[in-house]
Design a protein around this ligand. Structure first.
Ligand code: G3P
Ligand code: MG
Length: 250
């Protein structure tokens, strides 16, 4: 039973900020998931939405703003006064924090319409190479299979996970095509038969974003390997409780 902190510990701190990543580390998570896009001056930054409205005090499209403009925004205040002055992190800052806190990073390559796929992939690749990040510390994921194909060719040593909402009929073909490590799907639509097929075919199966362990109590039995959740603390409590029961029953 494995857990990824979705956008960091995003129920306890503003999503996709260093505060959220630190929170995930404090909770003892092994993995965080982050969304990466490019600023207009081509710096990979960590933010989910196409625009900055929801998670900052600014407005406008991420892809139309320089890193300096993005950094001038407050990315914490919307979540709570104690997070005032939190900033949109760069991928570089995030990977450095991950290294210092022993977190592994699921980098979601976030491509909105009009975004330059090659440029985003190249800039992500450069940060990883410049920081000399271990391939085992990273997993790429994307809804855009072309981005994963690009990474397969240019950074083959880093594992790839295909993101889907529902599982398409040709899923095994798609996974084979990118030599995928994992399939990441919405837990709401996953069926037992599909889960079993993916597992039988040798892939890791991840589900996003069940925020209560009760929502996926059966999914573990179907073979799901990882839950990507905003509320890792809910699962960690269960894990700790199970361990406690095990120790005390021996
Ligand atoms: O990686 C799982 C999940 O993050 C995909 O959807 O929209 O939250 O990035 P979204
Ligand atoms: Mg994401």
């Amino acid at each position: 039973m494995k857990i990824t902190a979705h956008r960091g510990g995003s129920s306890l701190a503003p999503e996709n900020t260093l505060a959220a990543f630190n929170k995930a580390a404090e909770l003892g998570c092994e993995w965080i998931e982050i969304d990466v896009q490019l600023s207009i001056d081509e710096v990979p930054v960590v933010i989910h939405d196409q625009t900055v409205e929801r998670c900052t005090d600014g407005s406008g499209a991420v892809s139309s703003m320089t890193l300096d403009s993005l950094k001038s925004l407050d990315a914490g205040l919307w979540f709570g006064e104690e997070f005032r002055d939190e900033r949109i992190p760069t991928l570089e800052e995030t990977l450095l924090l991950a290294r210092n806190t022993n977190l592994n990073v699921n980098i979601e390559i976030k491509l909105y319409r009009q975004d330059d796929l090659v440029l985003l992939c190249e800039k992500i690749k450069k940060v990883i190479i410049d920081l000399d990040v271990e391939a085992s510390q990273i997993l790429f994921s994307s809804f855009n299979i072309e981005a994963l194909k690009y990474m397969q060719y240019h950074q083959p040593q880093i594992r790839r996970g295909l993101l889907v909402e529902t599982i398409p009929a040709n899923v095994l073909l798609l996974l084979a095509e990118i030599e995928a490590y994992s399939l990441h799907c919405n837990y709401v639509f996953l069926k037992e038969q599909q889960a079993k097929l993916i597992k039988k075919s040798g892939y890791q199966l991840y589900c996003y974003t069940p925020n209560s362990p009760q929502q996926v109590s059966q999914h573990w039995d179907w073979g799901v390997d990882m839950m990507i959740t905003d509320v890792p603390q809910a699962y960690i409590n269960i894990l700790t409780y199970d361990k406690f029961k095990l120790i005390n029953s021996n």
